[in-house]
Write a protein that binds this ligand. Structure first.
Ligand code: SF4
Ligand code: SF4
Length: 172
């Protein structure tokens, strides 16, 4: 088990960057790509099966940590709702001038609404910055794991891991 999880209950960005599922800074700068925050050796592979580009590799044994082939990932986001550990994010540092987008699974109700201003939080659940919800996807194939995308200032993009739970009247 990782030292970070033992001590803090969540991983630091440095620990994640050393993980086989985390994209390089160079690839992040080129456009949308997933960050797979899964570093435990567990028997699990829906992410590998979900990727039509074969960009996620676990292979055998099934307890291998997921490896991301960052040149194959096209940033479609199909793998996000398929991960039972909610460990996959989609980061787009090129979303717009000055802003990045971050997509993540969100299984709370009520769902936020597109255009809503929200508080973005980090892996510790601490407020990091305000963000704007730009997409809420909840098709049947997601099997009740909606995916929410928020736009945030680019400098916070790799810190943001979710949003504060909406109580229907969330404001930034
Ligand atoms: S975002 Fe799409 S291409 Fe990239 S790893 Fe996930 S399913 Fe594969
Ligand atoms: S589906 Fe999620 S929890 Fe399972 S191996 Fe892939 S990233 Fe890890």
């Amino acid at each position: 088990m990782s030292q970070g999880i033992n001590v803090r209950g969540y991983l630091s960005q440095q620990e994640l960057r050393n993980a086989p599922g985390y994209p390089s800074q160079e690839r992040l700068a080129r456009g949308p790509i997933v960050a797979i925050e899964c570093i435990e050796e567990i028997p699990c592979n829906p992410c590998e099966q979900a990727c039509p580009q074969h960009a996620i590799i676990i292979g055998k044994p099934i307890t291998n940590r997921p490896y991301l082939d960052e040149d194959k990932c096209i940033g479609c986001g199909l793998c996000i709702p398929q991960c039972p550990g909610q460990a996959i994010l989609l980061i787009d540092l090129t979303y717009s001038q000055g802003a990045a987008s971050v997509a993540f699974p969100y299984e709370y109700l009520p769902l936020p609404k597109e255009g809503q201003t929200v508080r973005a939080v980090n892996r510790a659940g601490e407020s990091v910055c305000s963000g704007t919800v730009i997409k809420v996807q909840n098709p049947k194939k997601n099997d009740q794991t909606p995916v929410v995308t928020v736009a945030v200032q680019r400098k916070y993009a790799t810190e943001v891991r979710g949003i504060l739970r909406s109580r229907g009247r969330e404001s930034g």
